[in-house]
Design a protein around this ligand. Structure first.
Ligand SMILES: [Zn+2]
Length: 412
């Protein structure tokens, strides 16, 4: 016996006619609305065993979800991934070297909305364990040395403040001087409004650093857009990649959909601002599912390495100060190294070295850690460089920086 489900009608609670199918559909939607939202990794400190997909409502076992790079088993949608998970999935185990972990934001505008900006920062820092919305560093990607920056959407919506800008700029400058390709994984709501013009300035700063990296040093920069990439990040480094990759169905845009609809007084297509739509309109180069991302990146860089007509680049004069951020970072680590006896003697030796090289004429405070406290710039940079050369015994790649030849050689 056959009967048509759609024709089976019954009274809903409001007394209207309603087919069973639409009742089931409504019920499913209602369940989805009432269900707890998908928990971003580590957003509440304690992680449950199960979570729910935002798109299809499927119940997912967190352990398996993690193994599957946080891609839903039921509908294949790419759920939010924390920056640490992203680094783990892209960089070979044990090779990650983070940069500028201690750089943290301040509140120059003393901005207050419902909450003080400083309070918001503290909240986010406690929740995520990060200082700001980006992690930068170097590591090996399938054995290829790369400079990688990963934004974290769970930290204030991945908004780009002055710290995010500074860390990314330092990463790019480091990569330029060391001849590394840069990969930036974007996930951001845009510039951070609490820092006003200071956050907008980062767009120009990063773009300028990228100009040196790509056009002068002729090195590779790949940007990977994940959901969502919007606002100031789209308007600067996300769209400047030599190659622009994106994840399937990622939200990519500048202004929000509603704003555009109201301005244009037009109905926009359903898939507007998705990665597929944007690819179709020529803004992207490739959409790569998350599980293939590492492979795609390593193959692309290998291809680039083999490029026959590659021109070697140069870093323009003035872009390479005597005391670069890299040296500053080395110096900082050198002086702040753990308090074991070995490193204490190292610091002591370095201070002695400085004193000898400077002919004891700098008036340094030799007793203890106060030496570098007033900022590295106080020291005579030439002396510091000399001391480094002696201390590092020219074994590191830093000696390349010292050479008079400014040509950039990709290292991979
Ligand atoms: Zn799903």
């Amino acid at each position: 016996m056959r009967f048509d489900l759609k024709r089976l009608e019954f009274f809903s609670t409001k007394g209207n006619f309603m087919s069973i199918l639409s009742w089931i559909e409504n019920h499913r939607k209602l369940n989805l609305l009432n269900a707890p939202n998908y928990q971003e990794p580590g957003s509440e400190g304690s992680e449950g065993l199960w979570t729910r997909c935002d798109h299809c409502g499927g119940i997912l076992y967190v352990k398996h979800l993690k193994q599957n790079h946080r891609v839903c088993f039921a509908c294949g949608s790419h759920l939010q991934m924390s920056s640490t998970e992203r680094i783990d999935s892209l960089i070979d185990a044990g090779t990650w070297r983070p940069f500028d972990e201690t750089v943290s934001p301040c509140d120059p505008l003393e901005f207050t909305d419902q909450k003080d900006y400083t309070e918001r920062l503290l909240d986010a820092q406690e929740r995520t364990g990060l200082q700001d919305a980006v992690q930068t560093g170097t590591g090996l990607l399938d054995g290829i040395p790369v400079a990688l920056g990963v934004m974290d959407f769970t930290f204030m919506g991945g908004s780009m403040g002055s710290v995010v800008g500074e860390k990314i700029t330092r990463l790019i400058e480091y990569a330029t001087q060391e001849g590394l390709p840069v990969i930036l994984v974007c996930a951001s709501g845009g510039a951070r409004m609490q820092e006003g013009i200071l956050s907008l300035m980062q767009m120009a700063k990063i773009s300028a650093a990228l100009h040196i990296h790509q056009n002068c040093a002729k090195l590779l920069y790949i940007s990977v857009l994940t959901s969502p990439t919007t606002g100031g990040v789209t308007a600067s480094f996300a769209m400047l990649g030599d190659l622009i990759f994106a994840e399937p169905k990622a939200l990519i845009g500048f202004a929000g959909r509603r704003v555009i609809e109201q301005t244009l007084q037009e109905q926009l297509p359903d898939d507007f601002q998705t990665a597929e739509y944007v690819l179709h309109h020529g803004l992207l180069d490739l959409i790569v599912p998350r599980s293939f991302l590492k492979q795609a990146l390593s193959e692309t860089i290998s291809l680039y390495k083999e490029a026959p007509l590659k021109v070697s680049g140069r870093i323009p004069f003035g872009e390479r100060g005597p005391l670069t951020k890299i040296r500053e970072e080395h110096l900082r680590r050198f002086t702040q190294s753990p308090k074991n006896a070995e490193s204490t003697t190292l610091v002591k030796e370095f201070q002695d070295l400085l004193t000898i090289l400077a002919g004891n004429s700098l008036g340094l405070n030799i007793d203890g850690e106060n030496l570098f406290e007033p900022g590295v710039g106080v020291l005579d940079s030439q002396t510091v460089n000399q001391a480094f050369t002696v201390a590092c015994q020219q074994t590191s790649r830093l000696d390349w920086l010292e050479s008079t030849e400014l040509e950039v050689r990709p290292v991979f």
